[in-house]
Design a protein around this ligand. Structure first.
Ligand SMILES: O=C(O)c1ccc[n+]([C@@H]2O[C@H](COP(=O)([O-])O)[C@@H](O)[C@H]2O)c1
Ligand SMILES: Cc1cc2nc[nH]c2cc1C
Length: 358
């Protein structure tokens, strides 16, 4: 597994500067005042750089949801019972849970993977690639072994690679795992040095008492496990989660195939911190779909150097924000391809001096 990870990281290149320059030049000639499509233009240039295609097109959209359970729920850190991780899975694929509805709404394929659910899973359509049945309690010891972390990353790389092989040209990441905001906060603290007071939030909407306990649990998980921030696998194994590891693999696997990755919220952000620790170049392939209501998400995005597309007060996870942002990514491609230039439209070009005066 270590070899698969090393090979995947080695395949991740830089953005294609030539394709980006070509896309930027075309954007500047399109029938609009320069830069007037704002961040849509920025996105179009990034997509040209990621794909190496100056006129990129999104042909096949895919949402990959990784599910796993967390031993730390024994500390009482969530407002929801652990059972929900298992019980919600069939509703994803039946289209009756949040991501089921939104993936259908945007016309994306939905792939649901059990990488670490506590109970045995055998729902039609759910890919069972369980590495272990839930993590250990990070308040008392490591979440998993280094080998298990590598295996779960491997699952993500393989699932992403398979979806790219089937034609995916845009991959959205989603998570499901009761308790998973706690390890996500611990990962954020481990990489940034921020104290638990700043990295812990309300997750499924815990009350003030539980919020305080959650802060103590995150601080204890760091004191007990002593994760080494210069060793991302150590951070992941000691204070992470199986679905977080799987998602780090999805991110790396997609980037290795030059497929853009839409991050969702706080948990996929933690996975991105791990992926970026393992391969800093991967950041260039990431698009932050939204700013989660989980308050420390902004610290994550700042650390990753990303600016969210939407600010919608979402905090559901499952990939819902990433799915919602898919049409924005498609729109960025379409302006490049479908808008005419001034000369194609035979419209008088705008004069530089006029623009400078306005
Ligand atoms: O994506 C987010 O920003 C997000 C923020 C808060 C909660 N969640 C979801 O809620 C669950 C974790 O919350 P908790 O309180 O159990 O740690 C998990 O299934 C996540 O998908 C997701
Ligand atoms: C119902 C429910 C759905 C979820 N989806 C992601 N996290 C969740 C947590 C709960 C409680």
């Amino acid at each position: 597994m270590e070899r698969l990870l090393a090979e995947t990281c080695a395949r991740i290149g830089d953005l294609d500067r030539e394709a980006m320059a070509w896309a930027q030049a075309r954007l500047d000639q399109l029938l609009k005042p320069p830069g007037s499509l704002g961040r849509l233009e920025e996105l179009a240039v990034q997509l040209a750089g990621i794909t190496g295609d100056p006129l990129p097109a999104i042909k096949d959209k895919c949402v990959i949801v990784m599910a796993g359970d967390h031993g730390v729920v024994a500390e009482g850190v969530s407002a929801a019972p652990q059972e929900i991780t298992y019980q919600i899975l069939p509703h994803f694929l039946q289209g009756t849970a949040g991501i089921g509805v939104l993936a259908r709404h945007v016309g994306a394929r939905l792939v649901v993977v059990d990488v670490g659910v506590a109970r045995p899973v055998s729902f039609p359509g759910v890919l069972v690639r369980k590495v272990r049945a839930g993590t250990g309690n990070i308040a008392r010891g490591p979440a998993m072994s280094r080998e298990e972390a590598l295996q779960a990353i491997g699952v993500g790389i393989e699932v992403a690679t398979e979806e790219v092989r089937k034609g995916a040209s845009l991959i959205a990441t989603g998570d499901m795992g009761i308790g998973n905001t706690t390890p996500s906060s611990a990962i954020l603290s481990a990489f940034t040095g921020l104290p638990a007071e700043e990295t812990v939030g309300r997750g499924t909407l815990v009350n003030d008492t539980v919020l305080q306990k959650k802060r103590e649990v995150v601080a204890r998980s760091l004191a007990v496990n002593r994760p080494d921030p210069s060793d991302p696998l150590d951070v992941l194994a000691k204070v992470g989660g199986l679905e977080i590891a799987g998602l780090a693999g999805v991110i790396l696997g997609a980037a290795a195939h030059r497929v853009p990755v839409l991050l969702d919220g706080f948990i996929t952000g933690a996975a991105a911190l791990v992926a970026a620790g393992l391969c800093p170049r991967v950041r260039q392939f990431l698009i932050a779909s939204h700013l989660s209501q989980e308050k420390a998400h902004r610290h994550m995005l700042r650390h990753l150097g990303l600016r969210p597309l939407l600010d919608f007060d979402l905090r559901l996870g499952e990939g819902t924000g990433a799915a919602l942002a898919m049409p924005l990514v498609e729109a960025a491609c379409k302006i490049l391809k479908e808008m005419a230039t001034f000369s194609e439209a035979r419209v008088a070009a705008m004069h530089e001096d006029k623009l400078l005066r306005s």
